[in-house]
Design a protein around this ligand. Sequence first.
Ligand code: ATP
Ligand code: MG
Length: 446
Amino acid sequence: MIRRPSKPDLPPPPELPSYRFEPDPAPGGVAARDVASVVDRHAGTKLSRHDAPLDEELIDSDAAKVVRRLERAGYQAYLVGGCVRDLLLDGRPKDFDVATSARPDDVRALFRNCRIIGRRFRLAHVLFGGGKIVEVATFRRNPGEADLDEDLLIRSDNVFGEAHEDALRRDFTINALFYDLDRRQVLDWCGGMPDIQRRAIRTIGEPTVRFREDPVRILRAIKFAARLDLGIDPIVYDAMVASRLELARAARPRLFEEILRLMRAGGAHRSMWLMWEVGAMAVLMPELAAFLDDEEATADGSLRFFRKMDAIDRKTIEEGVLDDIVLMTALFYEPLEECMYGVRDAIGAINDFLEPIIERIAMPRRIADGVRRIMTMVPRIVQGRVGRFARTDLFLPALDVAEIVVRSRGENPQAIEALRREAMPTLPRESHRRSLPYTRQRGARR
Ligand code: ATP
Ligand code: MG
């Protein structure tokens, strides 16, 4: 049984459960075919099965139902990806994904409450009460050479495959573990279990190749390091730095979503520090990187910036996920304030600043408009001059940003809290908050 630490913020590495290698395959037969093809791809890699009884209480009962019904119907079905990783690291998964040998239409035939999503790669969503969705994906394998463009960027990955192939196409070893509910075993084709124990982020295969295939993985590595307090393997880290320019080629809406994810989970401070250090920030948000680099001109600007990130993390941990507009305003607050300083046309200055960012990371206009309006409101709110702003729909998000600004200066946010209490009867507190911590991104992976 895996030991659960009492302090959730700094968990000790879990004990590595006992494991054994699969016996060498007998010639012929399904097992032989599976293992042989894995060996072909990754010489020396074999399936290891780890007896790792995960805490049943933390496994979502609906996801378990989905797995068991698929298994009873004769398909292979496992819990996969983030949920297995989080359970092994003593975390609480935010959602549960299932991988199966069943095709999407087979899944739909088994579940009434199921819809198929995605045009290029079809996934089954099994719907439960309270808006819960269990995502069921058919095993896929890495695309063949025909699906890679000349720069190795994956254009499509919609080829069905076997379980071990599905493990190998994933990004990091800790994300490629499968959990067999009935046998209470973790299936590991990629060395993910030792990496869980070492609390290390390692790519499956050559990191520079994996980052070139999909540069968003650079941001994902940063996200997992920051959120789960993991180390990045030095070779992987070097490859992130070396591949950072590839980020300019990634699908822009995915970049924007991933930057938000970096900031949503209570790890904004560490994420932005890593973004800066790796050089990903200089590629995606050069305006911000230049501001942080120029310590002399900004007089401790980087300190003020990271204090804001810290204030975001505290607020997130205390109150839940912050609004996207709040996160984006706080992210660019320092350089925006600088560009507004002493100019007559503040709105024009903000527009000029935001326009290239809107282009580069596909920041939606709705969010850019919100950032612009809040930037003009916050200085007045901080000075206690609220006026007509109190009646606008952005007042509560603006109060959140003002609170972050005040906290980052080490000042007491009491006045802001009083304004919020006053505004509450007219505007419900939750009106600007997401009801779910994360929304599922449909088919946006690549
Ligand atoms: P989170 O807790 O943030 O949801 P996650 O690991 O579950 O993290 P998802 O984006 O939900 O991330 O993806 C689910 C799984 O799909 C991952 O665990 C990983 O195995 C695989 N995956 C996701 N994105 C990629 C990618 N860019 N390249 C390869 N595999 C990926
Ligand atoms: Mg997930």
